[in-house]
Design a protein around this ligand. Structure first.
Ligand SMILES: [Zn+2]
Length: 625
């Protein structure tokens, strides 16, 4: 009771504060909207520095400016405020002193002297290396490069932006271009909402591929660290073209004027996956278009971020939709926003031919096994991993199996697969989740817009498709603690989750990419290439023997540490009755641990259950052609 009253008071205080800030902002500017000029100098991109200069119309008196804190798609207060350096305010050629708010680190105050009508704000974005740039390419995220009048809605702030690129670099963005002169581009004035939603990529090695030109332009824009990395196999291009067709068949309408996949290929420039209405930022390794494993991974990324144009950007949870970049977002419906997208992000590449049916099944098996073996699911309901989004993304690797991680993605996938299979079974194969997507995300073609929803809207739309106890079904899986993962989509879809000694292709790919060894389903351990224990499953033999994250395996059955030695020792347990003996270093001490285990190597796969129709096969059949 006391807690509730406190929360209500806090809410009122926040509301009053917000209204006061709105009034302050409007009074300071004397108007309901403001037009900011923004000049970005990206000619130092190869050194991880952007320079930005803003001209903001002001009136004499106190002024508060805000650096974007809550970034759409990141669901968290991740605006990289610590990367802002060299902040200088000037008016009529004279410096204006500023100070930061003592509590809200993203807010700045200053006093505008009489006779001043425009404030010049300049600062640098000094990115951490390997986040958004390499020596040959850059991703420009406008939210890192601006301050705006605090309290104003991002729809009411208009921005007239321009950028200067390094000599000879080419670019792509969904932002409408006004004019281009050598390396300088001026954009048409847009709202701050649209600006932040329309990042730009640029690079020395660049390629544009048209995936569809009518009725709307769909483009693959690629910046890479080398010219060779830009090579696209004909079957990959065909798969991308199919992806556009399949997504449009799935949703039935589009909510963009054109769409651009902004693909960066670099081992240095940072991995990325961020959705926007009319584009997506897809940052992968330099060899992603030639290495078979990376190419499969890219199919998932492109499918996921593209599906977000409908699920996340057009339809968005009401409490995740905010008027500016200061109001906190609520993550409780992320099992829809990210979970359904995760499911569609695997279905679409399979329907498009970017994945084989086996790629799809191996990926689903890897997800199902990981979720079913999360020991943390015994204390933490799925919804809590979403509610706690502010720290689940950055959750440490150690004890992750016990904490749970961003499970609203992966368990969300299983949940929506089960939903799809229930609709198919209830309707004797006449209807599917595609019908839900048509109703919920389709409708008429429109430009970029947001239609918010609540839990009830999900339940109601599902009931419009097929009557069922959807409220009970979702509550049971999302809000209640469940010892087992929801595997009904697999088992009622005609398949079984099994384990055998053959490595799962997705598990193997992740091992190669992240340089670790995943023994989660045998002794219950993830170790890196040097033998350092990264995570354990507290319910499996390695932890029972005494191992924990942070310990380092230095010997296996009397031999020096190597990944092969550990694999061999586990494989040998199938026939030998001896425990695995590990020599382990822990905080400067060494000890021996005996792991009592008999099962050999174990990896997850899906195996056909011929007593039931193959609904998973139906789900991933091409639908558009
Ligand atoms: Zn996503």
């Amino acid at each position: 009771m006391t807690k509730m009253i406190k929360t209500t008071h806090r809410k009122y205080r926040l509301l009053i504060l917000f209204v006061l800030l709105q009034i302050c902002a409007v009074t300071a500017l004397g108007q309901n909207s403001v037009s900011i000029r923004m000049n970005v100098d990206a000619s130092d991109a190869a050194r991880n520095v952007f320079h930005t200069t803003l001209t903001i119309p002001v009136k004499p008196g106190p002024l508060s400016l805000f650096y974007p804190k809550w970034i759409p798609g990141e669901h968290s207060p991740t605006g990289p405020i610590n990367d802002m350096a060299g902040l200088r305010l000037n008016a009529n050629g004279k410096p204006i002193p500023w100070r930061r708010d003592a509590v809200e680190m993203f807010a700045f105050y200053c006093e505008i002297p009489g006779g001043v009508s425009a404030l010049e704000v300049a600062f640098d974005d000094v990115s951490q290396p390997a986040t958004t740039m390499s020596a040959r390419l850059a991703r420009v995220k406008w939210n890192r490069l601006l301050l705006y009048p605090r309290g104003m809605s991002s729809d009411a702030v208009r921005v007239d932006a321009s950028i200067k690129l390094p000599g000879g670099w080419k670019f792509a963005t969904a932002l409408p271009v006004l004019r281009e002169r050598r390396d300088e581009i001026e954009f048409k004035e847009v709202s701050l909402t649209e600006l932040v939603d329309s990042p730009l990529i640029a690079g020395a090695n660049f390629r544009k591929l048209t995936l569809a030109s009518s009725p709307l332009l769909h483009e693959m824009d690629i910046a890479a660290d080398s010219p060779a990395a830009l090579e696209v196999k004909p079957e990959t291009l065909l798969g991308w073209q199919n992806l556009v067709k399949e997504a449009n068949a799935l949703f039935g309408a589009r909510h963009y004027r054109s769409y651009r996949f902004l693909l960066t290929l670099s081992d240095i420039g940072g991995s990325e996956g961020l959705e926007h209405h009319e584009s997506s930022e897809d940052g992968v390794g330099e060899k992603a278009l030639s290495d078979p494993g990376q190419l499969i991974d890219l199919g998932d990324l492109l499918g996921h971020e593209y599906a977000h144009s409908w699920n996340g950007k057009f339809r968005r949870p009401a409490d995740l939709t905010t008027a500016d970049f200061e109001q906190p977002m609520h993550g409780d419906l992320l099992w829809v926003y990210e979970g359904l997208t995760e499911y569609l992000g695997k279905v679409l590449p399979a329907r498009s031919g970017l994945w084989t049916p086996e790629n799809f099944r191996e990926s689903v098996a890897a997800v199902a096994a990981e979720m079913d073996n999360q020991s943390g699911r015994k204390w933490r309901p799925l919804v809590d991993t979403a509610t706690a989004v502010q720290f689940t993304y950055s959750s440490p690797r150690a004890w992750m199996n016990y904490r749970r991680r961003v499970d609203y993605y992966f368990e969300g996938l299983l949940l929506w697969m089960e939903t799809d299979v229930i609709i198919r079974r209830q309707s004797q194969g006449k209807l599917s989740l595609d019908d839900f997507c048509h109703k919920f995300h389709g409708g008429q073609d429109t430009g970029p817009m947001v239609r918010t929803y609540t839990f009830d809207d999900i339940v109601n739309t599902l009931n419009e498709v097929t009557p069922y106890d959807w409220r009970g079904f979702l509550n049971e899986r999302v809000n209640v603690i469940n010892a087992r993962a929801p595997l009904g989509g697999i088992t009622n879809g005609g398949w079984k989750l099994i384990y055998d000694e053959k490595p799962n292709e997705e598990v193997r790919f992740n091992e190669q990419q992240r340089r670790f060894i995943n023994l989660s389903y045998s002794i219950g351990l993830i170790v890196n290439a040097e033998g350092m224990v990264l995570d354990v499953n507290p319910e499996l033999p390695a932890t029972k023997a005494g191992l924990a994250p942070g310990m380092k395996i230095v010997g296996v059955n009397g031999r020096s540490w190597s990944a092969d030695a550990l694999h061999d020792a586990i494989a040998a347990t199938k026939n030998a009755a001896m425990p695995i003996e590990l020599r382990v270093e822990n905080g400067g001490f060494q000890e021996n641990y005996k792991v009592d285990y008999r099962g050999g190597e174990r990896y997850p796969h899906l195996e056909r259950d011929t007593t039931k129709p193959d609904l998973l096969g139906e789900i991933i059949k091409p639908h558009a052609r």
